[in-house]
Ligand binder design. Structure first.
Ligand SMILES: [Zn+2]
Length: 394
């Protein structure tokens, strides 16, 4: 059979793959095999302590299906220094693998497409943090001959980023705050991958939408569309560290709570906002502040605990809340989201999850919080998703 006649097409080329033809080189035996699923980790994970007492590794494994048929990803082993740290089964992969540009997940990569597998690996307490991660993928590739479609590949090797995680003070003070859409499996922030200026960024990887409950357990009490109905509206947003004000945006009017604004440009998404330069390439964003309440100017030095402005509902916001994140650059969109650890907070409860939270936020019904009693004091950790948190006064 001639190359031109038949084997010059992708499925046949791919058939060679599975043969695992040993290739004899001049000096040593080597095996070269086709790897139709290309693996890469563009942003190395930075280990951090979270409020569950575990160190987490949160990152995205990019997969490119460089073949002419679908590839079903059946299992993913995450290896740390060569030992298995975690295994994702088919269902877990299917809930975490998102084709580029989509917010829905699927376990199969269509031919000639790219997807991101959003990973959250929690290490057992006391476990050694690995210096290197790699991945072993079991898959079924439909472009291969029928008897060779099941095989595995290894790759996506990356050195763990051991730069120090910034420790910060609380961005708010008081009780009954909800860490909504926080790390590490809530999809709204952690999976907010955006292509900007020729690169995909996950600036919101560790962002939190802070909301607050009234004493009666409701996010708002009174008319839904009234800003003052919301417990968090008007709370002071606080500098989380001694810092220099990197930028200030002001002048946007409040939105009407209960409905997302339309035609918001990326430049307007944060609404009235402050970005602090924390030093060492760490920047903290405070978004959706009330108009004309920001008290600081670009270039000013601020002290930890200083009031920056008041929580509002400006920009791309459906209810008053404080969107807070830390990134490695001064842009809230085209920068890489970094973890941070809050020096001191108390966990006083836990919500049933995002769906219940969304319902309470929409309907103004009490959120059925499971109390943590006595409350748990946490020092130096990232608050995970859907906790009820108190921040002591400075
Ligand atoms: Zn947000």
């Amino acid at each position: 059979m001639s190359i031109r006649g038949r084997c010059f097409v992708a499925p046949c080329l791919f058939a060679l793959v599975a043969l695992m033809v040993p290739v004899m080189s001049g000096h040593a035996d080597a095996t070269e095999s086709m790897t139709p699923l290309l693996l890469a980790v563009p942003d190395a994970p930075m280990p951090f302590m979270s409020s569950d007492g575990q160190v987490h590794l949160v990152y995205e494994l990019w997969m490119t299906n460089f073949s002419s048929g679908d590839i079903a990803v059946e299992k993913v082993d995450v290896l740390g220094n060569g030992a298995v740290l975690a295994t994702l089964d088919t269902a877990s992969v299917a809930s975490r693998l998102q084709p580029a540009g989509l917010r829905e997940s699927a376990g199969t990569l269509a031919k000639s497409t790219q997807a991101m597998l959003f990973l959250n690996i929690a290490l057992a307490p006391g476990a050694v943090i690995p210096s290197e991660l790699s991945h072993r993928i079991a898959m079924r590739a439909s472009a291969a001959p029928p008897d060779r479609q099941e095989f595995s590949e290894s790759g996506g090797t990356v050195a763990v980023d051991r730069r120090s995680v910034v420790t910060i003070g609380p961005p708010l003070r008081g009780a009954r705050y909800i860490s909504a859409d926080s790390c590490c499996d809530a999809t709204r922030h952690t999976r907010a991958a955006l292509p900007i200026n020729g690169r995909v960024w996950v600036a919101q990887r560790y962002a939190v939408d802070w909301e607050q409950l009234h004493e009666n357990g409701r996010i708002y009490a009174g008319p839904r569309e009234k800003l003052e109905s919301y417990a968090i509206f008007g709370q002071p947003a606080l500098a989380v560290a001694d810092a220099v004000v990197e930028s200030v945006t002001d002048g946007f009017d409040e939105q009407t709570p209960g409905k997302y604004p339309t035609n918001i440009s990326p430049a307007e998404a944060d609404g009235n906002s402050v970005i602090l330069n924390l030093g060492d390439h760490r920047y903290a964003l405070y978004a959706h502040l009330q108009p004309r309440t920001i008290t600081v100017q670009p270039g000013a030095r601020v002290k930890a605990g200083q009031v920056l402005g008041l929580v509002g509902d400006t920009g791309n916001s459906i209810v008053p809340h404080l969107h807070f994140q830390v990134t490695d650059g001064p842009s809230s969109l085209s920068s890489n989201g970094l973890p941070y650890e809050i020096s001191d907070f108390q966990i006083t409860g836990k919500t049933p999850g995002t769906a219940a939270f969304d319902e309470a936020e929409s309907n103004g019904t009490p959120l059925m919080v499971t109390p943590v009693s006595p409350s748990r004091t946490v020092k130096g950790a990232m608050p995970l998703d859907q906790l009820i948190i108190s921040f002591a006064s400075h």
